[in-house]
Ligand binder design. Structure first.
Ligand SMILES: [Zn+2]
Length: 467
């Protein structure tokens, strides 16, 4: 690979040079949404970190196979479907469609596979059968449990202590706290009102943790490279995944574990009861630009807590305008002749710094700082001697790199229609000035000012930008 990538591995609690098990092929499992509601901006922060992960791996030469599961059966989806009196499939189909709309709005690249848990029940049953053969399970009241005392490595990922396990204590819920380190359910005996599969394990349905182990190994193999999620997945979800997978296969499950920190809103934990709980749709309805939301959620490296504030979002929107203005100014300024005030080596240095930042445990703040430095250099060059054509071509390549890795340049299509009209008015004003029709020229300037468009007469002609 052209550049070494370093990741902070939750499992070893240190930064490590990344290597794939199969040369050149990165196999990545990302815990996906539980499709019982619309995802909130904290979930989206995690999905955006995973998006930059996949883009960075691709840019640095890896073929990526990414799996993101859709949890369409667990305590929450069953509760939601039964509250509405619809089938589980009908209920979860709706939230799966909304999930894809949201990630498309935020420009998240699609993974290679989006398995639904309910399509992998035979693989889950097989996994439990292997765990039983290896002495890791027991059955009680028709449910099958994982006996964590049979797996001495339990706790290696999360640091929970096995000696705190209450002897014989079990937990049936899909989600539970660290205080509840205990045997967890793999296969739940059928209950009135719950979907049921008739299998060799008896009538019942899978537990949440089992689903990810089965889909991960089915699509990526028994050992693969990267597993990601949010920090609240570390315990019990990922700890249980390791126990189930390694208990069944006897092989290391995943090499590198990456976890995104929480998002808080205005310094507080997000909660519906506090009125600070936001979905992407909430923000778009308030008139916020999805590109700016993406920018804001990427601006803090994934291992740091992100404090989402409306001031911060306004700041991201003004950054979007700055980028847009610079790009348009560049497009409207003719190329300088020989020389120019920006060198191709400056552009190459920017590209190297952006990639170094991303290879440094996905340090998006460092990558974005490099981009802002480049924009400053571009603006300074346009203020001065301009930029020669070969360097402009290199800039186009650099902007392509920004889009492939971070995808933060402002959306174009709508602005471009608008821009054509503005261009026509600017040209008309230039013609009016040439013909000494200053009244018409001033009228056009004022009309554009009313639309928030500022004109700047430069030695290279008139350049416009948005306020
Ligand atoms: Zn999972």
């Amino acid at each position: 690979m052209s550049r070494e990538i370093r990741f902070y591995n939750t499992l070893t609690r240190q930064q490590e040079a990344f290597h794939t098990l199969e040369p050149g092929h990165a196999r990545v499992y990302t815990c996906g949404p539980t499709v019982y509601n619309v995802v909130h901006i904290g979930n989206l922060r995690t999905f955006l970190f995973e998006d930059v992960l996949r883009r960075t791996l691709q840019e640095l030469g890896y073929r990526v196979t990414q799996v993101m599961n859709l949890t369409d059966i667990d305590d929450k989806t069953i509760r939601g479907a039964s509250a509405e009196g619809v089938s589980l499939r009908e209920f979860t189909d709706r939230y799966i469609a909304l999930f894809f709309e949201d990630i498309d709005t935020l420009r998240v690249q699609r993974a290679e596979h989006y398995p639904r848990a309910t399509d992998y029940v035979p693989q889950m049953v097989e996994l439990v059968r292997r765990l039983t053969a290896n002495g890791h399970t027991y059955v009680l009241d028709g449910s099958t449990y994982f006996r964590i005392a049979s797996f001495p490595q339990y706790g290696r990922l999360s640091g929970v202590l096995l000696d705190e396990v209450k002897a014989g204590a079990r937990v049936d819920a899909d989600e539970y706290e660290k205080e509840d380190v205990r045997d967890f359910v793999l296969w739940k005996a059928s209950k009135q009102g719950e979907p049921v599969w008739d299998t060799v394990l008896g009538p019942g349905r899978p537990g949440w943790h089992l689903e990810c182990s089965a889909m991960g190994t089915a699509l990526l193999g028994e050992s693969f490279d990267i597993h990601t999620g949010a920090v609240d997945n570390i315990f019990p979800h990922h700890e249980n995944e390791i126990a189930q997978s390694e208990g069944a296969t006897g092989r290391p499950f995943v090499h590198t574990w990456l976890h995104a920190e929480h998002l808080v809103v205005e310094g507080e934990k997000m909660a519906k009861s506090k009125g600070n709980f936001f979905t992407l749709r909430d923000l778009v309805e308030r008139g916020h630009d999805p590109a700016a939301i993406r920018y804001l959620l990427l601006s803090v490296p994934y291992r740091q807590k992100l404090n989402f504030t409306f001031d911060g979002l306004a700041g991201a929107e003004s950054v979007m305008r700055r980028i847009d203005n610079t790009l348009r100014r560049l497009a409207h300024t003719p190329a300088a002749g020989d020389g120019g005030a920006l060198a191709a080596t400056d552009v190459a240095a920017f590209e190297a710094e952006l990639l170094d930042g991303l290879a440094d445990d996905l340090n998006t703040a460092r990558a974005l700082a490099a981009f802002h430095m480049l924009l400053t250099r571009v603006n300074q060059a346009l203020d001065g001697e301009g930029i020669a054509q070969p360097v402009r071509d290199r800039l186009d390549e650099a902007f392509g790199l920004v889009q492939r890795t971070l995808d933060i340049l402002p959306a174009r299509p709508k602005a471009a229609d608008d821009a054509a009209g503005i261009d026509a008015l600017v040209a008309e004003r230039t013609a009016a000035r040439k013909g000494r029709d200053f009244a018409r020229a001033d009228a056009i300037r004022q009309e554009l000012a009313g639309r928030g468009i500022i004109l700047e007469d430069t030695p290279h002609g008139t350049v416009w930008h948005r306020q």
